[in-house]
Design a binder for this molecule. Structure first.
Ligand code: NAG
Ligand code: NAG
Ligand code: NAG
Ligand code: NAG
Length: 416
């Protein structure tokens, strides 16, 4: 009974808190409190400091609230997250806020004032909302924006971002990549371009130029003698683009009917506790069928080994392993390439069996070949015989005569 009550209390409490919050944020138009109208903030400005989409929003306190004392003024800012395609909401007492936007899409911001004074009886009064939309002017030739932008952070050692040229590509054009993260004072150009058939098709970032768990902004623009190219903007979190190196040294020793699979973690900078593995096994059964299985090992154990019971009817099992950054260390990641395959050793009895099987097959093949050769020889012989039959008959008669003359009569039945 007590247990039940204890369990119920927090649920009831949280439901109540939630209710208060939702009641709190109900708004009506033309809100007044303490004899003044609760106007939205004034002089709203969206500033671009040149950090490739990391914009700062500024505003001032509304004039109507200037003479109020003993009040707490807060602002609720909503902005449209173009990456997640949803509105995000923050509340702040400050007069500025910075957020990440996609400069290829309209920047939408909604803002309102919240007032809590002695004269509002302790409740927070929410004023009218105002919306600001800022649409960045696209520059450069239409259709020249790059396509297929894609970043892979190899073993957390270096990252490669690659792209393809846009559908419209003016002659003699050149691409540039610029990047920025919050520990940089200004954007920098790509440290090392990847050049494919004399055209820039990507950028390679050494580990030192990257910052994890933070927005990593990039833009790819370009120039040509005729016109500049349309700029493309990207914002990623680099820890979500990791592809571990290949797992090495896969061993499959067998002990007491157990296959004791073990391997070495991939080389590189991905911490071992961040890796999960997938094992693919392919078992050859006694009946000649092949059984394929896949199993993901989430990192419950910090271990690079796995015990499997041997299939009773199996002759041989082959394994390959790949790895990925687990959900405990990143939201996303890429699977590594598969490791080399390693197999269990076939037992001696199985060798004999295989040998027997092989020899049986061999025997059948040899027999068939023998029969074919025999038939062929007989056929050739017959041909020769027919051709030379007359000659042979004459010879034979002559020969028989000779034999009959020279051999004793006891041997004659052999030469009939
Ligand atoms: C605030 O007070 C000043 C001086 O007392 C006055 O001139 C001004 O009009 C007042 N502002 C508002 C919004 O009431
Ligand atoms: C605060 O309470 C007083 C007295 O109960 C009431 O007259 C007044 O309208 C209330 N004000 C607000 C803003 O709720
Ligand atoms: C490309 O973008 C960077 C960063 O915004 C800028 O400094 C550079 O001038 C641009 N180049 C071209 C060719 O548009
Ligand atoms: C396969 O496993 C055996 C022993 O289990 C080991 O000697 C061999 O090096 C392994 N091969 C590879 C390619 O890892």
């Amino acid at each position: 009974m007590n247990m039940l009550l204890l369990n119920k209390v927090p649920v009831w409490l949280s439901a109540f808190t939630l209710l208060l919050l939702t009641q709190d944020s109900v708004s009506t138009s033309e809100v007044t409190a303490c004899g003044v109208t609760v106007d939205p903030p004034a002089n709203i400005e969206i500033k671009d400091p040149g950090f490739l989409g990391y914009l700062s929003i500024h505003w001032t306190q509304p004039a109507s609230l200037q003479n109020l004392t003993d009040c707490r003024v807060r602002y609720q800012l909503q902005y449209y997250d173009t990456y997640e395609e949803r509105w995000r909401s923050v509340r702040t007492v400050k007069l500025t806020y910075a957020a990440q936007f996609d400069l290829e899409k309209p920047v939408k911001v909604r803002i309102l004032t919240m007032l809590k004074c002695a004269c509002t009886n302790g409740t927070e009064v929410q004023g009218e909302e105002t919306e600001k939309v800022y649409t960045p002017e696209p520059t450069g030739m239409a259709g020249s924006r790059i396509r297929g932008f894609h970043c892979v952070y190899y073993g957390k050692e270096y990252m490669e971002c690659t792209w393809e040229s846009g559908p419209v590509q003016p002659p003699n054009s050149q691409h540039y990549l610029y990047y920025w993260h919050r520990e940089m004072d200004e954007t920098k150009e790509c440290p090392e371009y990847i050049v494919l058939s004399e055209v820039r098709g990507g950028c390679r970032f050494p580990r030192e130029s990257l910052l994890e768990f933070s927005k990593f902004n990039m833009c790819v623009n370009g120039s040509s003698p005729a016109e500049s190219l349309r700029t493309a903007y990207f914002s990623i979190e680099v820890q979500n683009h990791v592809k571990p190196a290949v797992v090495s040294s896969v061993h499959v020793p067998e002990m007491d009917g157990l296959l004791k699979l073990d391997w070495s973690p991939p080389s590189g900078q991905v911490p071992e506790h961040c890796l999960e593995y997938e094992i693919e096994s392919s078992t050859l059964m006694a009946n000649g069928k092949e059984l394929q299985q896949r199993k993901v090992l989430e990192n419950v154990v910090l271990d690079t080994s796995y015990d499997l019971r041997k299939e009773a009817e199996s002759k041989k099992t082959c394994f390959q392993i790949r790895s990925k950054v687990s959900m405990y260390c990143a939201d996303e990641g890429f699977w590594s390439d598969w490791s080399q395959t390693n197999c269990t050793e076939e037992k001696e009895t199985q060798y004999v069996e295989t040998w027997n099987h092989l020899s049986l097959v061999g025997l059948v093949v040899i027999s068939i070949a023998g029969v074919i050769i025999l038939c062929l020889s007989l056929w050739i012989l017959k041909k020769i015989c027919i051709k030379k039959s007359s000659k042979k008959d004459a010879l034979y008669t002559l020969y028989k005569q000779k034999v009959n003359e020279t051999m004793p009569t006891i041997l004659s039945p052999i030469f009939k």
